[in-house]
Ligand binder design. Structure first.
Ligand SMILES: Cc1cc2nc3c(=O)[nH]c(=O)nc-3n(C[C@H](O)[C@H](O)[C@H](O)COP(=O)(O)OP(=O)(O)OC[C@H]3O[C@@H](n4cnc5c(N)ncnc54)[C@H](O)[C@@H]3O)c2cc1C
Length: 402
């Protein structure tokens, strides 16, 4: 295939060139599904590094307590998804570059001209440099493949039971895993440089309640510190255990270290293609990037207003709007208030964060209800805890748009 651009034949048949979607996560499959509701005929080619199996990523952080093995998390196999959605799937295929002028995607399996291109390539786990001879054994979980490796390490029989997991990061994902693993009978320690759990998301009082609830289940917290080195423990009786040194100087031992310090989109591909990138691939309200016929959504995208929204509900809204645009009716995405349910059964939480840059403060309104109010007393966000989580609709109706 001509890598400099579409062949004359391809240009003549431009109408038959496919919509190409890079990525088979929630964003990729949601766009495919929404597009097919509007257009049954245009060829759709999905290119993905993974198998293309469909799974709900949020289930990765509550699978242990439910006793679900990785294979049980696949809700629809790739072959079924591809035939149901009439999508040609190229699994285990890496997109190497995008020629936005010639409208060609170059992959490890060959080149593919496109009519329209959707970047749904997600984000990657942030890794911080760590010292020690076992730093490369630190795991992250941001995909079903990652979870499979994590599950295998935890369920491998080493004779030392219950296994101890050290989690780096007390953000949303770190806390969800802490709750899930302790609920499944593992020992759990969590280290975070902040003063409490989910410090960026929750009012301090709600964070304190979550800390207490998880402590009562046995979670050991190490706030104000982070892991600085991970070494193989050498004592024979410790088997394959790891020695972790914290920045505070404290040390602890664990069987597995899980890094949950956040995600960042890998922008190498998009930048090399000349697309404007900041914290994600920058898109406008139509989800169009700075290049014609290239769109982005999901964890890979930075939406209008500089917003990065790495959650399920924004993907659902974006996919619906984008499908309309791709099918010929330009449709701006409008994000409603999208509260996030945090899967910490020790203290269930719902958080509707204020827009980035909002100035104001958290106020305790009543038991389990906090509102973020600005200087004019307008409600810009809320957090609900415990029994108050069923007041999501009522509290949402009080939030005023910026
Ligand atoms: C443990 C966990 C729990 C979560 N829980 C919740 C929750 O409770 N509620 C909520 O709202 N959100 C939750 N989230 C966030 C939510 O799951 C994500 O925002 C969403 O799944 C991201 O989907 P995506 O399709 O954008 O990215 P991904 O799922 O990361 O998909 C990216 C796809 O791109 C492919 N890809 C990447 N690079 C290339 C390349 N070069 N070539 C080819 N293919 C490529 C990958 O193989 C993959 O198929 C959670 C996230 C995690 C990690």
């Amino acid at each position: 295939m001509n890598t400099a651009g579409p062949t004359p034949d391809a240009q003549a048949n431009h109408g038959q060139l496919p919509l190409i979607i890079i990525g088979a996560g929630l964003a990729g499959w949601s766009v495919a599904r929404e597009f097919r509701k509007l257009d049954a005929d245009t060829p759709v080619l999905m290119i993905t590094l993974d198998s293309g199996d469909f799974y709900a990523k949020p289930s990765l952080s509550n699978a242990f307590a439910q006793g679900r093995a990785p294979t049980q998390l696949v809700s629809s196999a790739a072959a079924k998804m591809s035939s149901t959605q009439n999508v040609t799937l190229l699994p285990h295929t890496r997109v190497i570059s995008i020629d936005s002028q010639a409208q060609v995607v170059r992959t490890s399996q060959g080149d593919h001209p496109y009519r329209q291109l959707v970047l749904a390539s997600g984000a990657q786990a942030i890794r911080v440099p760590l010292g020690g001879d076992a730093a490369d054994q630190v795991l992250s979980v941001n995909s079903l493949d990652d979870f499979t490796a994590f599950h295998a390490r935890l369920t491998a029989d080493s004779g030392a039971q219950p296994k101890h997991v050290m989690i780096m990061g007390a953000g949303l994902i770190g806390c969800e895993f802490a709750n899930d693993l302790i609920g499944a009978g593992y020992q759990v320690s969590v280290a975070d440089p902040a003063v409490g759990p989910m410090a960026a998301l929750l009012p301090a009082e709600a964070g304190e309640q979550l800390k207490t609830a998880l402590s009562s289940l046995g979670v050991q917290w190490h706030f104000g510190s982070t892991a600085s080195a991970v070494n193989q423990a050498h004592e024979m009786e410790l088997g394959q255990r790891l020695d972790i040194t914290l920045s505070s100087g404290a040390t602890l031992q664990a069987d597995v270290v899980l890094s949950a310090i956040g995600l960042r989109a890998d922008l190498t591909l998009a930048s090399a293609a000349g697309l404007r990138c900041e914290r994600g691939v920058v898109v406008d309200d139509l989800l169009q990037t700075s290049a014609s016929q290239i769109y982005a959504l999901g964890d890979a995208a930075q939406y209008a207003g500089g917003r990065v929204l790495p959650y399920v509900m924004p993907i659902m809204n974006a996919a619906k709007a984008l499908a309309q645009t791709l099918a010929g009716t330009p449709t701006p995405v409008v994000f409603p208030l999208m509260p996030v349910a945090i899967k910490t059964p020790a203290l269930p939480l719902v958080a509707a964060s204020p827009a980035p840059g909002a100035s104001g403060a958290w106020h305790a309104v009543e038991a389990g209800v906090w509102q973020y109010k600005d200087a004019s007393d307008a409600v810009r966000g809320f957090v609900l805890a415990g029994g108050a989580t069923n007041r999501r609709a009522e509290q949402s109706s009080l939030v005023q748009a910026p």
